[in-house]
Design a protein around this ligand. Structure first.
Ligand code: CDT
Length: 311
């Protein structure tokens, strides 16, 4: 049986501050239909795909943005997306701000099967930015104020004929993300992102955003023998320009398709999951070549160790 899956990276253009959930869901449904017409079985939407990127604004009260969060999934507003997915027989992955019944706020991805049922959820592990107002910045990046770090960590799901993992935006810059998923046998990593082109702490990095985006995802793909689907919400949103350049990367690390413009669009590729074996069984045969006895620091230490201290 073939293990090819046609995957669509459903890039979004800006979502305005006052755009309603149902307006956004209509845009997502249009992309889902376009994916179905192309023959996609899975359509991947970006991080925080239902709202504007609200962590760019400070509110004194950390609950001040609660209207941007989903209290249930599906909800009345998002149910039409689930219904259309089931009707079309196309699964999807959707990023949104989650507010749990017991008051926790997460930056969340949900994976939905072709029958509209939820396969699994992922809550962002690496939360970037800051948690207090920093007026010197031209805009804020207050994810650390509005989202908690995932208590669950990374996981994989047997879905779409393969082993699927999820990650969100800043997670993609960390090799640990891919390696933990790789150790779980991942074959398809889905990553949504909102990456402002301006990086206030070091603007020298601004012109390198696209290079770094590709660098980290291609490395993660190659070093773990997995497909990677990177999906942007890009363009100028409420005055802040973010990276587009959604792309699908093969286990070789090669980009097989990439968006060349901003805006709502789909780029898609037929991903042969058996290609993963070429890398997982050779150069990156983990069981044969890894030396975990020498990697202890990776899980025992958060920051750089003080080498003056006895270990
Ligand atoms: N959404 C997200 O995680 N964005 C970050 C911006 C980092 S700069 C504060 C990213 O890694 O692209």
């Amino acid at each position: 049986m073939t293990r090819e899956i046609h995957v669509g990276a459903a890039q979004l253009g800006p979502i305005a501050r006052d755009e309603s959930r149902s307006q956004v869901v209509d845009r997502l449904i249009a992309l889902l239909r376009e994916g179905a017409e192309r023959g996609c079985r899975l359509v991947v939407f970006p991080e925080l795909a239902l709202t504007t990127f609200f962590p760019r604004w400070w509110t004194e009260d950390p609950t001040g943005h609660d209207h941007y969060y989903e209290r249930e999934m599906p909800s009345a507003a998002t149910q039409p997306l689930f219904d259309e997915a089931r009707r079309l027989g196309v699964g999807f992955c959707l990023g949104y701000a989650e507010l749990t019944p017991d008051g926790h706020r997460y930056n969340t991805y949900v994976l939905v099967d072709v029958d509209g049922s939820i396969v699994g959820r992922y809550r962002k592990v690496h939360i970037p930015g800051h948690d207090e107002h920093e007026p010197w910045r031209p805009f804020q990046h207050l994810e650390r104020r509005y989202f908690e770090e995932s208590p669950d960590g990374f996981g994989v799901h047997d879905a779409f004929g393969g082993v699927v993992g999820m990650a969100l935006c800043n997670d993609r810059r960390w090799p640990e993300t891919y390696r933990v998923l790789g150790l779980l046998g991942v074959e398809l990593v889905l990553i949504g992102y909102n990456t402002p082109l301006h990086y206030a702490p070091d603007p020298d990095q601004n012109p390198l955003q696209s290079f770094h985006n590709n660098l980290v995802m291609a490395s993660g793909a190659y070093q773990n023998g997995t497909w990677v689907v990177g999906v942007a919400k890009g363009g100028v949103e409420e005055g802040v320009e973010s990276l587009s350049h959604s792309q699908i990367i093969a286990p070789s690390g090669q980009v097989v398709t990439q968006a060349t413009v901003s805006g709502d669009l789909i780029v898609s590729a037929v991903c042969d999951l058996d290609l993963c074996r070429h890398y997982k069984d050779t150069l990156f045969d983990f069981a044969r070549y890894r030396r975990p006895e020498h990697y202890g620091l990776i899980s025992s230490t958060r920051g750089v160790v003080d080498r003056a201290e006895p270990r």
